[in-house]
Write a new protein. Structure first.
Length: 491
């Protein structure tokens, strides 16, 4: 009964004008969910939609390989760093208010990206765009918890998980369609401009269907833990910067900077512990990692996102620059992954309660088999027919991916107390976004390493790095599976 009462309190705190009890749920909840999912899809789509446009961006603004990696990984990094503080602010000011602010900021940053005259301004605008995505997305998971109960909540989170997986996979296709229709010379700008009508519609519908913000409690202090934010940001930046800059063909940032970044992360952990002992609200609630299954599930998600998002970065550029594919053909060539993921994402949400961590472990194994098959095909098939030969292996990898993302989210937060569920979800997304940034930086550095020496793009080597990352995620999932079975036997 305590959990039910906590859930009821969570559901009504930010929606006072609406009667929201288990007997009378908010009648607008499904409309509100679709508004949230469309806006979330828009922000997550921008993680991968630019991949297919990178060659066009490179020629359009004379970007270096390092600039291109920052266009992609900088977005994911800024996205991840703003998730947790924004979730806390949404709890205090109202999720609709912060949601609308995030959508507006995302639309303005998209406009700036499309108008950018050079690579430097484009990278800055992408950082702002990523930060806006991080402001918006915690409100989506928070609103699901607020508006839905019981089995409906499971269905809603399943749709969110499917949105996360599908948005990343279909980005290259959407980008290819836009570039094919509007031309490669300026079409890449419309990849950003297309967000504007979506943002306007999301704001209008959010004001109509999302719950009203609560009455502001002036005595309640917004504790953003600014020192924690700075320490975490400096740590992650220090670790990523040497990797990203190595894409120039010679590390312009020394690798010992990564050691300084690691020191910042150690300082961050120490600060969070001290901050908690003082009775304050830390950026990261370290007690969450003591919840059975949470730390291992978060690790699986972070490592997996580092691995599988690098596949699209590698293949979409390789298809265009090495095989002469148009952006549309390059996007269509990776469509089998999106198709497989779309089908099994829906299935995985229904099967996870039955098969639990076994389902995720099997899914990761299938993804790994698919990536290895892609690498084999790359080494044996040459010429324009390569895209057709890769359709089968990519479909296999996509089928596996759909069994990983949404079920892993469900399992990771399964035993988290309700009063910390929002923070737990924000941390999980933070890990996914940072994993994406780190993975693309690492895979991209390997991918471009041969170009600097005149050997061409190292697609096969980069895919092997992605395969290793997925294999590590598989190992983490298998260890978690063993731990869960041991706990079940002991119980």
């Amino acid at each position: 009964m305590t959990v039910e009462r906590a859930e009821r309190d969570t559901g009504t705190r930010d929606s006072a004008p609406v009667t929201d009890t288990p007997d009378s749920p908010d009648p607008r909840r499904w409309k509100a969910l679709w508004v949230c999912l469309v806006a979330g899809f828009m922000t997550l789509l921008d993680v991968s939609i630019v991949n297919v446009a990178l060659p066009s961006i490179q020629s359009g603004v004379q970007a270096t390989p390092s600039d291109l990696q920052w266009v992609v990984s900088g977005y994911a990094l800024a996205f991840g760093l703003t998730l947790v503080p924004s979730g806390r602010i949404g709890d205090v000011l109202g999720r609709r208010t912060v949601f609308v602010v995030g959508v507006v900021l995302f639309g303005l940053a998209s406009l700036a990206c499309g108008l950018a005259p050079g690579s430097a301004l484009l990278v800055v605008a992408r950082l702002v765009q990523g930060a806006a995505g991080g402001v918006l997305n915690p409100q989506v998971s928070g609103l699901i918890q607020q508006l839905f109960r019981g089995a409906e909540r499971g269905r809603a989170f399943g749709l969110l998980g499917a949105t996360i997986g599908i948005s990343t996979a279909v980005g290259p296709v959407v980008g290819g369609v836009i570039l094919d229709g509007l031309g490669e010379q300026t079409g890449w700008r419309w990849i950003f401009f297309v967000n504007l009508p979506i943002a306007v519609a999301a704001v209008v519908l959010a004001m109509r269907w999302l719950p009203d913000p609560p009455e502001r409690d002036r005595t309640r202090r917004i504790d953003g833990d600014p020192v924690g934010v700075v320490l975490l940001g400096a740590g992650v930046l220090g670790i990523l910067l040497p990797v990203v800059e190595s894409g120039r063909g010679g590390a312009s940032v020394p690798w010992w900077v990564a050691v300084i970044g690691l020191a910042f992360l150690v300082g961050f952990l120490a600060w969070e512990r001290a901050y908690t002992r003082r009775g304050r609200s830390p950026l990261v609630d370290l007690a969450l990692f003591q919840v059975p299954g949470y730390a291992s599930g978060a690790a699986v998600g972070t490592i997996y996102f580092a691995g599988f998002t690098g596949i699209f970065f590698v293949l979409t550029i390789f298809f265009q620059q090495q095989l002469g594919y148009t952006p549309l053909l390059a996007g269509l060539a990776v469509t089998p992954f999106a198709a497989g993921s779309a089908v099994t994402s829906a299935i995985g949400g229904r099967l996870v309660s039955r098969f639990e961590r076994s389902l995720v472990t099997v899914g990761l194994g299938i993804v790994l088999v698919g990536i290895i098959a892609v690498d084999v095909v790359l080494g044996t098939v040459h010429g324009s027919s390569l895209g057709w030969w890769l359709a089968g292996p990519l479909l296999v990898a996509g089928i596996g991916s759909g069994l990983v993302i949404s079920p892993n989210i469900t399992l990771t937060v399964d035993r988290v107390p309700v009063d910390r569920a929002g923070t737990a979800g924000g941390l999980l997304q933070t890990g996914q976004r940072i994993g994406t940034a780190a993975g693309i930086a690492l895979v991209g550095a390997v991918f471009y390493s041969g170009a600097a020496s005149g050997q061409g793009l190292q697609a096969s080597a980069a895919l092997r790095v992605a395969a290793v990352l997925v294999a590590v995620a598989l190992l983490a999932s298998a260890l978690d599976l063993r731990g869960r079975r041991r706990r079940a036997r002991d119980a």
